[in-house]
Design a protein around this ligand. Structure first.
Ligand SMILES: [Zn+2]
Length: 714
């Protein structure tokens, strides 16, 4: 039912967007035959009529329309204006804003406002305010300071969302919904209040059934933690010693569930009241979220998230990076989020907030260089986005984000990126229906598992070991192959990939191990590293020799696992890996091969001569164990060697900091050559290609300007 009706949305929005000057054939066709994905390309801005004098709305709508934009997202922080007192609703202003936008052929995505409650709410119901990991109650005044479990807050969130839905369900200008905004993105991503404690106890009762099971699985005989009543079970607040790791991991899962089920209440209502509208939410993306995005988006129509590459630049510069290495790092961090967004539902995704200027609250990211906003838009589309919403239209002159710059400056003059946005929108519309039908294909997968992420955070083993950094580094090592990369998880089908890279698989269930076993047996190449299979999904240490369930597949057992603090051992690569001698970083798994071949050995320290990297032929495939923590360039070499052996071939050689991403439809390919460097670069093309944007032909040595884009077709 909902599916049929969402198809009808395509028809509606095609008319809308058509009126806005978009090209129609693909959408019209999709609407006619109902073939998925059934969603159009959206090019919009995040817009705040609630923060803008009404006298400017008409002018804004006209200019947004004249810019060629098709849609806006509005109202996600406007609760206080929509419900000025409990049960008293005022949508007249929003109606006027939506009417004006609609008259100007701008489709509207409405945001439900539960990320920031009004003061009357917290004054009347102070119990809805979140408690942080130190047990301190937060204070109203910012945003994201409410409890995800609290029934009162969830009820009031649902009430305002329902009132919005009733008011706008039939408005022809509204095409879809964003529920809430940036779940868990606050000073305390998780809540530790008494409501969450009771919610956790109820969730455990559903999950485990009996207290005996909870006691057994968590091992509560340790430190006298045996629970004789569900009500005794605590949340992981400061308690004189670290919490039980099983309890702590389950608490992370519970908090994710609490947020996702809170979203689920609004979703069920919207499906009922607004069956013609799409529904999504917006988050900051992997690996920074403290919420399982796979769980959160499971029942939504598509994935949407933020893209603020300026923050990546700040992080990488603080790590001392510069030049092409920095450009490559930024490109890779953006690409990883896009690849995750696409991989969650295996569908086109939307950038709900795309950086368009300096961004930040107290401090600001760098101003995007000339060309970067266009470059990032193309990068999103290359990785499978169906659209980009630039954040934001105008720049606020008040509030905590008054320096979060938009398309208009504080004085409403054009921002430095304004004309670039105009150009980009025009260009993207010209790519045509064939292109819109094309898909991003991946030969390579990087494995990302929230259980591993949370469990490593609970017990990193070494204060410098973070799962996010490991995954980012491994993704960064895989991406220069310039063949597609999916970011997959425990539920994913491995068999579609030539090679799977899986760093720090610290938590591994027997079922997941079996999936990996079958993948390798059938011919897959599985490459992993230290801390493999240490814990079961219950967070108990595996009772078998490490790597536990996968010992047969990897063809090794561990002699020891060693956090490294000083005198980093050296690792001597064998011939297959090029023969260099490199340094081991913060961790060394000491491998004892049973059937595996040794590809590198520790060459200094007390484990000198022992195996550091092994490869095991298992069935028709291969399982590679990288026991030593390698610095990024050495890891790149090792992973590159195995990617090549798996038959993963880069389409064209490109310089560092230049990204190559391919979309294809049948035999037709669109090669996006994206120069993330601040200097022009030269690539050598093996043949003649036509640039789908400029229409120019290129062959042989071809220059691509600083932050330039080529979309090459044959
Ligand atoms: Zn709570």
């Amino acid at each position: 039912m909902a599916k049929q009706n969402r198809r009808q949305f395509v028809g509606t929005s095609a008319a809308l967007l058509g009126a806005a000057g978009m090209r129609l054939p693909l959408w019209a066709q999709l609407a006619a035959n109902g073939s998925s994905p059934g969603l159009p390309v959206l090019l919009g801005v995040d817009y705040y009529p609630d923060q803008t004098p009404e006298s400017l709305w008409e002018e804004d709508a006209r200019k947004i329309s004249e810019a060629g934009l098709t849609n806006v997202r509005i109202a996600e922080f406007a609760w206080a204006l929509m419900e000025p007192a409990e049960g008293r609703f005022d949508f007249a202003w929003l109606q006027r804003a939506v009417d004006i936008l609609h008259r100007n052929n701008i489709a509207v995505i409405l945001g439900t406002p539960s990320a920031a409650p009004p003061p009357w709410l917290t004054e009347k119901y102070p119990e809805v305010v979140e408690v942080n990991e130190k047990g301190e109650k937060l204070h109203p005044g910012g945003r994201r300071f409410t409890c995800p479990t609290n029934a009162t807050y969830r009820r009031l969130s649902l009430v305002i969302a329902t009132e919005m839905a009733n008011r706008f369900r039939a408005h022809p200008g509204v095409v879809g919904w964003q529920i809430d905004n940036e779940f868990t993105l606050g000073s305390s991503p998780r809540c530790y209040c008494n409501y969450c404690r009771a919610g956790f106890q109820a969730w455990l009762r559903t999950k485990y059934g009996t207290l005996d099971k909870v006691n057994q699985i968590w091992g509560t005989n340790f430190w006298s933690q045996h629970y004789s009543d569900w009500a005794q079970i605590p949340v992981p607040l400061p308690s004189g010693g670290d919490p039980n790791p099983g309890l702590a991991l389950d608490y992370g899962r519970y908090q994710s569930f609490a947020n996702a089920s809170s979203l689920g209440e609004q979703l069920a209502m919207l499906r009922k009241l607004c069956p013609k509208h799409f529904v999504t939410t917006n988050n900051i993306g992997v690996p920074y979220d403290q919420i399982d995005m796979r769980e959160l988006y499971a029942k939504l129509d598509f994935v949407a998230f933020d893209n603020y590459p300026g923050f990546f630049e700040m992080i990488l510069r603080e790590q001392g990076q510069s030049g092409p290495q920095l450009s490559q790092g930024i490109s890779s961090m953006i690409a990883m989020q896009h690849d995750f967004g696409r991989s969650i539902l295996r569908k086109p995704f939307l950038i709900m907030e795309e950086q368009s200027g300096k961004a930040g609250q107290r401090t600001f990211s760098p101003q995007p260089a000339k060309g970067q906003v266009r470059l990032w838009s193309y990068q999103a589309i290359a990785h499978g986005a169906m659209g980009v919403n630039y954040f934001r239209w105008d720049t606020a002159t008040f509030g905590a984000e008054e320096y979060w710059h938009g398309m208009l400056n504080h004085d409403r003059s054009k921002s430095p990126a304004f004309d670039e946005m105009l150009q980009t929108v025009k260009e993207l519309k010209s790519l045509g229906p064939d292109f819109l039908r094309s898909e991003y294909e991946a030969d390579v997968a990087v494995y990302f598992d929230y259980d591993c992420s949370w469990a490593v955070k609970i017990q990193p083993g070494h204060n410098k070991l973070t799962y996010a950094e490991q995954v980012t580094t491994w993704y960064g090592a895989a991406s220069p192959s310039h063949t597609g990369v999916d970011l997959i998880g425990p539920g994913s089908d491995l068999t579609r990939y030539k090679i799977v890279f899986a760093p720090v698989v610290y938590v591994l269930s027997e079922a997941q191990a079996e999936k990996i076993r079958q993948y390798v047996r059938g011919g897959g190449i599985f490459v992993t590293n230290f801390r493999l299979g240490v814990k079961t999904e219950s967070s108990q240490i595996i009772k078998q020799p490490l790597p536990g369930y996968l010992a047969d597949v990897m063809g090794v057992t561990l002699e020891d696992y060693v956090p490294v603090y000083a005198q980093n051992p050296h690792v001597k690569f064998g011939e297959t890996l090029g023969g260099a001698e490199v340094e081991c970083g913060i961790w060394a798994d000491i491998l004892k091969p049973s059937t595996a071949e040794v590809l590198a050995t520790y060459s200094s320290g007390q484990h000198s001569g022992k195996a550091a990297i092994t490869a095991n032929t298992f069935g028709k495939g291969k399982a590679v164990y990288v026991g030593a923590d390698l610095h990024a360039p050495d890891l790149f070499r090792v992973l590159g060697t195995f990617a090549a052996s798996a038959g993963v071939k880069r389409p064209i050689d490109v310089p560092m900091g230049v990204e190559l991403t391919v979309r294809q439809s049948g035999s037709k390919r669109w090669m996006f050559v994206l120069n993330h460097n601040g200097e022009a670069q030269t690539i050598n093309l093996p043949g003649t290609f036509k640039d789908a944007v400029s229409g120019e032909s290129h062959s042989g040595a071809t220059q691509i300007p600083a932050y330039g884009v080529l979309v090459l077709t044959t």
